[in-house]
Design a protein around this ligand. Sequence first.
Ligand SMILES: [Zn+2]
Length: 227
Amino acid sequence: MPAVRFIPPLFNGLRAKGFFTTKAAGIDRNAVAKIAGVRTADVYMPVQQHTDKVLCIDFDLDPKIADGVITKRQGILIGVQVADCVPILLYDKKKQVTGAVHAGWRGTSGGILKIALMTMMEKFCSSAPDILIAIGPSIKSCCYEVGHEVAAAVEKTSGGTDYSARKGEKYFIDLPSANKHQAFSLGIPPENIWLSGECTSCRPEKYSSYRFEKGAAGRQGGFIGIV
Ligand SMILES: [Zn+2]
C-alpha cells in the first residue's frame, strides 16, 4: 500500500504544511483533516470547473466555483482535487500566504497559475523570490496526447515550447513544465519550484488517472495550510 500522502521536499520543515495525497487517502475530507491536524469543517476545496478563477477566502468557507484558492487565514487547510490534471501548491514564506491551484489544459491555457501568483502579489504584496511552488503528480507528456489546438493554446499562454512534442500527426504536452514556464514569466526563481516528475497515468497503482481508467477515476489532491 503506498503512503497516503507525501510532502514535497521544498516544503519540508516550513511553517505551512503542504502535501499531496495518493489515491489511498484521495480527497477524503476526514483523512486529509487528520493528516493536517485540523477539523474536517476547516478543509476548504472549491467547486472546480476547469475555470481560470482564483478565489481569496477568509472566514466564508461556503464552497464556490473556482479552480484556485488563496488565503492568509491560518488554521484552515485549502486544497484542490485532480485525477490527471496538475495540482499546484503555493506558499509565500514571508507574508504567510498559501494557495492551491488546479490546472488542467483549460486552466493552464487560461493562465490560472499566473492569475494566482498575480493575485498573491497584488492582494497580499507577495514578491516573487518569497514564493515557493510545488507542482504535484499529474499526467505527463509520455501519456498526454492532445490535439493541435490544445498544444497551441497552452504554448500561447505559457511561453516556451520545450514541453511539447509532435510525433507525426500527434501532439504530446507536459502540463507541469508549461506551468513552470508560467511561474518563470512572473519572476519565480527556478530553485523555488519543485516538480514531482511522476506521471499519474504511468502509476495507476498509486494515483487515480482519468485517462488510464478511461473516465471512472477517483481523485487525489494537493493541500496546504498554516495549521
Ligand atoms: Zn505517463
